[in-house]
Design a protein around this ligand. Structure first.
Ligand SMILES: Nc1nc(=O)c2c([nH]1)NC[C@@H]1CN(c3ccc(C(=O)N[C@@H](CCC(=O)O)C(=O)O)cc3)C=[N+]21
Length: 304
């Protein structure tokens, strides 16, 4: 008897999952409207980097789609840091503003940690303020950082429960790697994994990733994880959004931290770039903005 085996790899559609989050946010937004409150997000851009400009404008479009009011603040990247701090203070004091996002990176002459500390933690919809980081680590998160939270939603959608699994996070950034590892290890839904955090000083990365049931690639190095570094049946989450020069209309193409074609041969499920994690990051920003608005106005909102 011959056994025919074949495997189907699920391509996890971040655009679809993000759309369903946006749709499901309408319930909470209606509940806020019933209380005469329109959730409002202020984005602050102090950069002329085209990628940053693109991301901020996408966030504004997302807000318009779901009925969140967007306030768009731009600061000359050559202006003194005080100008940014004054703007943050003004937004902190503005009762109509529920969420504040200062697009990273800020210019070199602006101290990033001071920016993160300056934002009212109640309006810190990125979840980057030390108070919110502390609460996350303590297992009492208020605003989960958008990218790791979005990844939890993608895993859930793909039917991958991290509980009991070996998860390898590649990258130790404050905005993705560290909070991702924290969420995956926590004794909570979407957590309970055994987590290894790898980074640029890791000895024999491939030996670690080959042991993983779930790999989250967030190192910011184009296509650094390939199929040879993975085991059969792995779930691969690619956080990379590297712009590499290419002969396209825009002059670049987006490449993940994962070599998609070879990784797909091993994976049971994998996120593409674009159309994977990126749209989820934006959807969870809307989620946090709605959550923030509910908290600030004592409205018990129904979140997806
Ligand atoms: N305070 C702050 N908060 C952030 O959340 C933040 C930040 N600063 N600085 C930069 C990074 C990057 N980031 C992205 C979000 C969505 C996409 C995204 O939607 N990407 C699309 C494609 C985008 C394109 O076509 O260029 C996709 O992957 O399908 C990308 C990148 C948020 N960030």
């Amino acid at each position: 008897m011959r056994t025919l085996t074949y495997s189907m790899t699920e391509i996890i559609d971040g655009n679809r999952v993000a759309q369903s989050i946006r749709d499901d946010l309408s319930e909470a937004i209606d509940e806020l409207e019933d209380a005469d409150v329109t959730p409002t997000l202020a984005t602050v851009l102090m950069s002329d980097d085209p990628a940053s400009e693109t991301y901020v404008s996408m966030k504004q479009d997302d807000c318009a789609e779901v009925g969140i009011e967007a306030i768009d603040v731009e600061i000359d990247p050559d202006a003194p840091a005080e100008e940014l701090f004054d703007e943050i203070d003004r937004l902190n004091d503005d009762e109509n503003v529920n969420g504040i996002l200062v697009q990273m990176p800020v210019p070199d002459h602006v101290d990033k940690q001071s920016v993160l500390r300056r934002i009212d933690p109640a309006k810190d919809v990125d979840g980057f303020h030390p108070e919110n980081v502390g609460r996350l680590v303590a297992g009492d998160a208020r605003y989960k950082p958008c990218t790791p939270h979005g990844i939890q939603k993608l895993l859930e959608d793909a039917g991958v429960d991290p509980e009991g699994k070996d998860a390898v996070v590649v990258g130790r950034s404050d905005i993705v790697g560290k909070p991702m590892a924290n969420l995956l290890v926590q004794k909570a839904e979407g957590g309970n994994a055994t987590v290894t955090v790898c980074h640029s000083r890791t000895d024999d990365l491939a030996a670690k990733t080959r042991e993983a049931d779930i790999v989250v690639a967030a190192a910011g190095v184009p296509e650094m994880i390939d199929g040879d570094m993975l085991t059969d049946g792995v779930t691969v989450i690619d956080v990379g959004i590297n712009r590499v020069d290419a002969d396209t209309e825009k002059g670049y193409e987006l490449v993940g931290d994962v070599d998609f074609e070879s990784a797909k041969e091993k994976a049971n499920a994998i996120t593409p770039v674009p159309g994977g994690v990126g749209p989820m990051t934006r959807a969870m920003l809307l989620y946090n903005t709605v959550k923030a608005t509910g908290l600030q106005h004592n409205v018990d909102v129904t979140l997806p």
